[in-house]
Design a protein around this ligand. Structure first.
Ligand SMILES: C[S@@+](CC[C@H](N)C(=O)[O-])C[C@H]1O[C@@H](n2cnc3c(N)ncnc32)[C@H](O)[C@@H]1O
Length: 236
């Protein structure tokens, strides 16, 4: 089974963000439906967007951060790719939300430069899927929890072990750990998760909602069935 170093994963991502040929979906500007669903869920809890401060780990070029800022939320986006962060800042300015957004180049497996206990929510939209080690994913989670206020929320939107395209990839090009693969076209690591794995991994938080998002994903011109995991946890 192939493995990949953190440095290799970083270089591949930074290159991908500079020249998005292999994963054009990562160049999208529309916020993910999973993130919009989370905002709706927060509103359902009686929260007012403009009173909230949130953070996205692994924010890429900022489509979700910008989308939530446009709804009034004060947002921070972190990504280790300088190319992604530079583009995110440009896009936030063009969208007229530069005053509601802050973007930082940050490896989320390293301590965040964000005040401890200061955030109402953190979310992970297919971010930790791309952290190539279990230790790295755990470090990112610990950092996110530290940044949350007591009773702050963590939303995760993740690839699942039942997703059709990813299952094919795991069979063709398995990665170093369970449910992972090395993308045959771009050489990047990706990890899928089972329901039990997610409930266990975030077990120190209180589970609020756990759902499957059934949709079609398009990869290389072909449609695949997706059964992504969407869950919200609360800091105790
Ligand atoms: C699949 S993309 C998702 C981007 C964004 N969340 C979205 O929904 O558009 C994964 C992102 O994780 C970032 N990433 C991977 N490992 C990281 C790490 N250790 N620290 C920070 N960012 C990381 C990549 O640069 C990439 O932007």
């Amino acid at each position: 089974m192939a493995a990949i170093t953190h440095e290799e994963q970083f270089k591949k991502w930074d290159k991908e963000h500079k020249n998005p040929h292999v994963l054009p979906q990562m160049d999208k500007t529309k916020a993910s439906s999973g993130v919009i669903k989370f905002l709706e869920w927060l509103k359902g809890q009686g929260k007012t967007p403009s009173a909230l401060k949130g953070l996205e780990i692994c924010c890429g070029k900022g489509r979700n951060v910008i989308g939530l800022a446009a709804e009034g939320v004060n947002m921070i986006g972190l990504d280790f790719s300088p190319n992604a962060i530079a583009e995110a800042k440009k896009r936030a300015k063009a969208a007229g939300v530069a005053n509601k957004t802050q973007f930082f180049i940050q490896d989320v497996t390293k301590p965040f430069s964000v005040e401890r206990g200061s955030l109402d929510f953190v979310y992970d939209c297919f971010g930790s899927t791309d952290i190539e080690s279990a230790e790295g994913r755990k470090a990112a989670l610990d950092n996110a929890i530290k940044a949350l206020k007591p009773r702050g929320y963590l939303m995760v939107y993740l690839l699942s072990a039942d997703d059709e395209f990813q299952k094919e990839m795991i069979a063709k090009s398995p990665g170093p750990d369970e449910g992972s693969f090395i993308h045959p076209k771009n050489g990047k690591y990706e990890k899928t998760f089972t329901e039990n794995e997610v409930k266990d991994f975030y077990g120190q938080l209180k589970l609020q909602v756990f759902e499957r998002i059934e949709k079609k994903d398009v990869f290389f011109g072909k449609e695949y069935d997706a059964h992504h995991i969407w869950a919200v946890f609360q800091k105790r």
